[in-house]
Design a protein around this ligand. Structure first.
Ligand code: SDX
Length: 393
């Protein structure tokens, strides 16, 4: 059997941990942030309003929203010395490596106590990390293409500002259409949290030792990078491109997936919790359709994705294993249409997930009875053995 692990959450419960942040019903395909259905938030809330909901537990009123907006703007710039790190990364450094390194480095420039969640400071630090994660991502892209960094504008919301910081040039500001800005906002809302997934559990694990928010979130970025987790959104596009360029039919590709010796997985399909459709996949599929229509563009990969999905859902191998599209299956189509480079797709997931990671760091850190996570295992190694001198080995 695989090594069994139990998480002791300090409440005396082992085997799982308690959290009040996100609710998932995998059988019914339900996802709620602090009790509010993801469908409502995706359509009607801004990413930052959603971030405040996750972190502070309630949707903000006007005053709270305005205060947090100021904090985001005041904290978006990187310390001058932080920008020197970009000069040290190779031109082809992976943006996820840069993001993880820079988030960890941020703490060296933090002026306040970074291990407490006392109200005044924590709000400042949370807004700072959410703002700076966006700045680091955009600055790494600008650094990669040799363009000057664009600073955020106060008149733009978070998603609009990200697009401005990515695509504006000194002689012309990039003005996203409402459809593009709405699609990116929805993408970020849908990625903002997802209960005890691999990267969030990593953040909680690190937080349980008493580590600060930056160290915990940086660890979460690294866990998210894996192809089975956040890295899947890039792998889906690579898979669809492979189908397109080789001309292999979706059915032939699925045959390779079903041949276990190939080691090929249907990327963007399957989920440990959802045994039915991932509600985010439904929303993203519809959003991809609407965005491409609004932009009057077509993407052959979207057509291929639809064909692959249709073939897989009709195939007993996938149906019998209850494998359905997950959040990563259609999200890349939206990012491609917006013009985000492929190697930044998982960075976009990380930007979206940052508020959730902050909320979970706070939940662990605020718990006076929190104990350090110390998973156990089933030992399957050697029995008691004698030490033997090297000359006799
Ligand atoms: C995310 O946890 C979260 O909430 C994550 C996430 C979030 O918001 O944080 O939702 C984001 O990470 C989504 C998942 C993105 N990853 C992928 O799309 C990669 C492809 N998916 C698989 O690797 C897999 O489905 C996982 C990793 C998502 C889930 O892995 P599990 O739960 O360990 O599934 P499993 O390996 O136990 O699968 C059960 C069966 C196996 O077959 P049998 O051994 O029973 O015959 O289904 C098969 C698997 O081989 N299977 C797949 C498959 N996923 C599972 N076969 C082919 N293609 C796949 N994608």
């Amino acid at each position: 059997t695989t090594g069994l692990i139990t998480l002791d959450d300090g409440y005396g419960n082992t085997g799982s941990c308690q959290s009040a942040i996100t609710f998932i019903d995998g059988e019914k395909g339900i996802l709620r942030y602090r009790g509010i259905p993801i469908e409502d938030l995706a359509e009607r809330s801004s990413f930052i309003e959603t971030a405040e909901l996750l972190i502070f537990g309630e949707l903000p009123d006007e005053e709270e929203r305005t205060e947090f907006r100021h904090l985001l703007s005041e904290n978006a710039a990187l310390h001058r010395d932080m920008r020197k790190h970009f000069d040290g990364f190779p031109a082809d450094a992976h943006p996820m490596a840069i993001l993880s390194a820079m988030i960890n480095a941020l703490q060296t420039h933090e002026l306040h106590d970074i291990e407490t969640t006392d109200a005044a400071h924590f709000k400042y630090a949370a807004a700072g990390l959410i703002a700076k994660t966006r700045t680091i991502a955009a600055a790494s892209y600008k650094s990669h293409i040799g363009q000057p960094i664009a600073y955020p504008r106060y008149d733009l919301n978070y998603a609009e500002n990200f697009l401005h910081m990515m695509f504006s040039v000194p002689y012309r500001d990039y003005e996203p259409t409402p459809e593009v800005a709405h699609a990116l906002n929805m993408f970020l809302v849908l990625h903002a949290d997802h209960e005890q997934n691999c990267s969030t559990s990593t953040v909680r694990m690190v937080a349980s030792s008493g580590a600060n928010m930056y160290s915990s979130v940086s660890a979460g970025v690294n866990a998210l990078w894996g192809r089975l987790h956040g890295g899947a959104n890039m792998a889906v596009i690579e898979m669809l491109e492979h189908i397109r360029t080789t001309g292999i039919t979706p059915e032939a590709y699925l045959a390779r997936v079903k041949d276990r010796s190939s080691g090929v997985k249907l990327m963007g399909f399957g989920h440990r919790v959802y045994r039915n459709f991932d509600p985010r996949a439904r929303i993203l599929k519809d959003a991809a359709d609407k965005l491409l229509d609004a932009m009057h563009v077509t993407d052959p990969l979207l057509d291929i994705a639809r064909e692959v999905e249709q073939a897989a859902l009709a195939d007993d191998y996938f149906a019998s294993r209850r494998l359905y599209p997950n959040v990563d299956f259609y999200s890349g189509i939206i990012l491609r249409a917006i013009g985000i480079p492929l190697d930044m797709f998982t960075v976009m997931f990380a930007i979206g997930r940052t508020p959730g990671w902050i909320a979970h760091w706070k939940e662990v850190t605020d718990n006076p009875r929190q104990r350090i996570y110390r998973p156990r295992q089933v030992y399957v190694g050697n029995p008691l053995s004698q030490w033997v001198p090297r000359s006799e080995r």
